[in-house]
Design a protein around this ligand. Structure first.
Ligand SMILES: NC(=O)c1ccc[n+]([C@@H]2O[C@H](COP(=O)([O-])OP(=O)(O)OC[C@H]3O[C@@H](n4cnc5c(N)ncnc54)[C@H](OP(=O)(O)O)[C@@H]3O)[C@@H](O)[C@H]2O)c1
Length: 293
């Protein structure tokens, strides 16, 4: 780890963010880990064995006031310790699943707030710190945790996939724009990983379904969507999930390697869906459809 450096990771209450925070502490970084709730902050500190190199901040990434407060807190701690913010990991995110015809528009907007506008906002706020950390010997690092869903969509995941497609386009543009300041941008594209994500996605799918009423669409149409929703719930449950450590390995590579990859697949589901991209849509629709729903 380059000397006297720090990293900030969003969405560390569980899953990939939590595992990355704990691993990067072990690597020797000062870690700023963000969560939304005070109880999650306490739980993370305990998991880290009260390590004083862990600084947990409360941050809902969709809130401007909290982003501003986080930048101030990070600035203060960095100048106290004489450290630089070498890396920002935009990890916080979630999925809104529903067939497009009955997807509540507020859910689509909320999805883009959390998965697209928030990482843009967070990145802009921390860019001055990243810029000042970049050195000729080690570029600063900006990482977006996207998904293989950021490359390929399937039935029921339009909101989530479109948000990840969008964030990948933004990350690609950032990579070209920030190169001149020696800030390297990577995108992580996990497949199915064993975190709270699947349960939360299933809950979100059910919650969206519960808002749909018979007055929205004809009863026969609704029945047909109900069958798809139930099939999707079953397949969310069925797809084997891989260990979160494969994502953390990729994150470590993105932060520490002298030539980090621009895009990193994580897990075999990610790899298979990536291969599916190579065939014409008429075929890939059937292949992706066979995996989900
Ligand atoms: N697991 C997978 O299969 C998978 C696959 C592809 C991509 N991903 C991506 O990986 C990232 C991490 O997901 P995960 O698998 O670790 O799932 P997870 O265990 O559900 O963790 C998601 C994290 O994001 C946080 N979050 C969500 N909305 C937020 C907001 N508005 N402000 C702040 N934090 C917010 C959650 O905080 P709360 O606890 O406060 O809600 C939680 O800490 C996400 O971007 C997800 O899209 C996951």
């Amino acid at each position: 780890v380059p000397r006297k450096t720090a990293v900030l990771i969003t969405g560390c209450s569980s899953g990939i963010g939590e595992a990355a925070a704990l691993r990067l502490l072990k690597c020797g970084f000062l870690v700023f880990a963000t969560v939304r709730r005070a109880e999650d902050a306490e739980a993370l500190k305990v998991k880290a064995g009260k390590n004083n190199q862990l600084h947990v901040l409360l941050l809902d990434v969709t809130r401007d006031d909290q982003i501003k407060a986080a930048v101030e807190a990070v600035n203060q701690r960095l100048s106290q310790d004489g450290r630089k913010l070498l890396a920002l990991i935009n990890n916080a995110g979630y999925a809104e699943f529903s067939a497009v015809e009955i997807l509540p528009l507020p859910s689509l907007r909320k999805q883009f707030e959390a998965n697209v506008y928030a990482p843009v906002n967070v990145t802009r706020a921390f860019l001055p710190l990243l810029r000042s950390a970049a050195s000729p010997s080690h570029s600063a690092r900006l990482l977006f945790v996207s998904s293989i869903g950021g490359r390929i969509a399937f039935s029921g995941n339009a909101a989530y996939s479109s948000s990840k497609f969008a964030v990948e386009a933004i990350a690609d543009a950032f990579r070209m724009e920030l190169k001149r300041w020696n800030i390297h941008v990577s995108i992580l594209e996990p497949g199915a990983i064993g975190t709270s994500f699947n349960t939360r996605t299933a809950n979100q799918l059910s919650a969206n379904w519960d808002t749909v009423t018979a007055s929205d669409v004809e009863p026969a149409v609704l029945q047909s969507y109900e069958r798809s929703k139930n099939a999707l719930l079953r397949s969310i449950d069925r797809v084997p999930q891989e260990n979160v450590s494969i994502c953390v390995d990729a994150i470590e590579h993105a932060l520490l390697d002298s030539h980090p990859q621009a895009r990193m697949l994580a897990g075999w589901t990610s790899f298979i869906l990536y291969l599916v991209l190579a065939v014409p849509s008429e075929v890939s629709d059937r292949l992706a459809g066979a995996m989900y729903a």
